[in-house]
Design a protein around this ligand. Structure first.
Ligand code: CLF
Ligand code: SF4
Length: 317
């Protein structure tokens, strides 16, 4: 594991502030205006996950960043490059390439890094975006900056391990499985360390929070205040969508009204995202017009959900 203590002091990383502003104006998730005009493409190269969220069903994409109930193809980095080349010729205003599962982008670091390297070799301009549960951010945040990843989303559902033990079943870390308080404490500490580092290096950080009634909803304003202090750019409070087969499958989902009330309350502290579409890990196009079905390839090597060796639980932006 790389220590981030020293390098986290500087803000002069690979990302130039003016360039970042320009990129954000073309990022459909970080800018409300941009979402009407600019398209993003997710590359599903990351099937494995290293934690177990109670709202996740491994049969579906990661609920943190993707919509439950839809499956994704899994691509190798070389296939991802080919797909990017093809899609970039056909989708107008494609400005962002994102890695959002279907598992955790950093739990599949070799594939994620290779994919970004291959695409950067072909396109020096496209904006790189990545979503993660944050467990391995202290390990890879420095490399993300070096690779030119300018926008990162981390799902942070709580700051208190006592709450986290009700949200996470286990955390696999450094070859060991941690449950309960211990697992939640490791995850939360990693998330905060990683976010701090990225924000100090000029990366724009979005934090997704899954709002779960009676579990973490009362705690969300405190999370958002802490995020503000850490210079997080925007928070995206998302509804719990009880997924069949997940621990929370019989929990009440979060209604639009209560969700928007929470967003409005937290909006006094931090910019809020209202236009998230909880998209798929292989989404392509404008947020309001997913064109992924047009581009699904015949060479997928992942097989249908639940049948591959790799975990398809993909969600957590
Ligand atoms: Fe993808 Fe996420 Fe980047 Fe956007 S999605 S990795 S930040 S490019 Fe966007 Fe989709 Fe909502 Fe995510 S609408 S689920 S917030
Ligand atoms: Fe959590 Fe996403 Fe991993 Fe599922 S895939 S356990 S939602 S981080």
């Amino acid at each position: 594991m790389k220590c981030l203590c020293k390098s986290s002091q500087d803000n002069g990383g690979a990302i130039n502030p003016r360039e970042l502003e320009d990129k954000t104006g073309r990022h459909p998730c970080f800018s409300f205006e941009a979402h009407k005009r600019y398209a993003r493409m997710h590359l599903p190269v990351a099937p494995r996950c290293n934690i177990s969220c109670n709202y996740c069903s491994r049969k579906y994409d990661c609920v943190n960043e993707s919509r439950p109930g839809v499956t994704s193809e899994i691509l190798t980095p070389a296939q991802a490059l080919q797909k990017y080349i093809m899609v970039s010729k056909k989708v107008e205003n494609l400005s962002v390439v994102g890695i959002a599962g279907p598992g955790d982008a950093l739990a599949n670091w070799g594939k994620t890094r290779k994919t970004l390297e291959l695409i950067r070799g072909r396109d020096p301009e496209v904006v790189f975006c990545l979503s993660t549960n944050g467990l391995l951010l202290p390990d890879y945040a420095g490399e993300l900056v070096e690779l030119g990843v300018s926008h990162v989303t981390v799902t942070v559902n709580c700051l208190d391990p006592a709450i986290g033990q009700g949200i996470y079943r286990y955390v696999d870390y450094r070859g060991q499985r941690y449950e309960g308080l211990a697992g939640a404490a490791i995850l939360i500490a990693s998330q905060l360390e990683g976010i701090n580092y990225l924000a100090r290096r000029g990366v724009l950080v979005k934090v997704n929070i899954v709002m779960i009634k009676g579990v973490n909803d009362f705690h969300i304003p405190d999370i958002v205040k802490r995020l503000k202090d850490m210079n997080v750019f925007i928070s995206n409070i998302m509804p719990l969508i009880p997924a069949r087969g997940s621990v929370f499958e019989n929990y009440p989902g979060t209604g639009v009204k209560e969700l928007n009330q929470m967003r409005a309350a937290c909006g006094t502290d931090l910019r809020q995202m209202y236009h998230c579409r909880q998209c798929r890990a292989d989404a392509i196009g404008l947020l309001d017009n997913d064109r992924s079905a047009e581009f699904r390839t015949a060479h997928e090597d992942g097989g249908p959900p639940g049948k591959g060796a790799a975990c398809r639980r993909a969600r957590a932006v």
